[in-house]
Ligand binder design. Structure first.
Ligand SMILES: [Zn+2]
Length: 277
């Protein structure tokens, strides 16, 4: 490594060797602002020096940060088109339905149908946001026996559980599968964005990304609740009121989540473009 690459960015450290800007600890992401350069992280004990001279985006080349900004833009366009289509379909379903409960039901179906395509956008985002590494890295990292064995230890019981569940109640398991497919890629993508914003560093956007991540998880729970209430109300009409209420909350929540999430993506894109300058 060249000497000038090891130098901390301008303004990061003041004349008394204190951190003068927001800076995440590389290990635990604690903000190290105003800490002494030679101290250890107050939260995890990792040397602060390591966080200062680590691989931060602010020290990377303009081209690699621009690449990340472009990746976020791809997701923004995908989300805008898909979100717009879902939104229009849901609104038309609500306005055209004669019976409010049935209109809500149709709107939820459309939201879920659109939601099933959304993970593709999120997966593209996750792939694009990954730092480019040689194929040998992936081979060593993902195909090593110890890692595969650990995965098997987690996956085998999960698959067994899913198979048992499918045997006893395949409808519930199919619904659960749908919810997991809608939620997991988006959740992973948001964790990637959060990490990226910690690396920038931009703690405000990192916190917002975490907030949207929690929102996505709650949305998944709400969707599953609607599906369970649908089944319950078919057997017992007393559940109809609860079904209408939870469906309405889920639709409003999805709208709010869409707006906040889209806002997050736009701001992340801007922050990266700004950092690349
Ligand atoms: Zn730490």
């Amino acid at each position: 490594m060249k000497d000038d690459e090891k130098r901390a960015p301008q303004g990061l450290i003041d004349s008394q060797d204190r951190i003068a800007q927001d800076l995440a600890c590389v290990k635990c992401r604690q903000n190290l602002l105003s800490r002494q350069l030679n101290d250890d992280c107050p939260a995890c004990g990792h040397p602060i020096l390591d966080s200062v001279f680590g691989d931060y985006l602010i020290r990377q080349t303009t081209a690699s940060v621009m690449r990340l900004a472009d990746a976020v833009r791809v997701v923004v366009y995908g989300a805008a088109v898909l979100g717009g289509l879902i939104g229009l379909a849901v609104i038309s379903a609500i306005t055209q339905g004669q019976d409010f409960a049935r209109a809500l039901d149709a709107a939820f179906n459309l939201l879920l149908a659109g939601g099933l395509i959304f993970p593709l956008v999120a997966i593209v985002g996750v792939i694009l946001l990954r730092p480019p590494r040689p194929a040998a890295y992936y081979k060593a990292h993902y195909l090593n026996p110890r890692r595969l064995r650990r995965w098997a230890l987690v996956l085998v019981p999960l698959v067994a559980l899913a198979a048992t569940g499918t045997y006893y109640n395949s409808t519930v398991m199919a619904d659960l599968g749908k919810v997991l497919w809608v939620v997991i890629p988006s959740a992973v993508f948001l964790r990637c964005v959060e990490r990226l914003m910690c690396d920038l560093p931009n703690f405000k956007l990192a916190r917002l990304a975490f907030g949207v991540f929690v929102g996505v998880l709650l949305f998944g729970v709400a969707c599953f609740a609607v599906m369970l209430l649908r089944m319950a109300s078919r057997a017992d009409p007393d559940y109809q009121g609860a079904l209408v209420a939870v469906t309405l909350i889920t639709l409003v929540g999805a709208l709010a989540l869409g707006i906040v999430g889209f806002n997050l993506l736009l701001r992340v894109g801007w922050a990266l473009t700004e950092a690349a300058r």
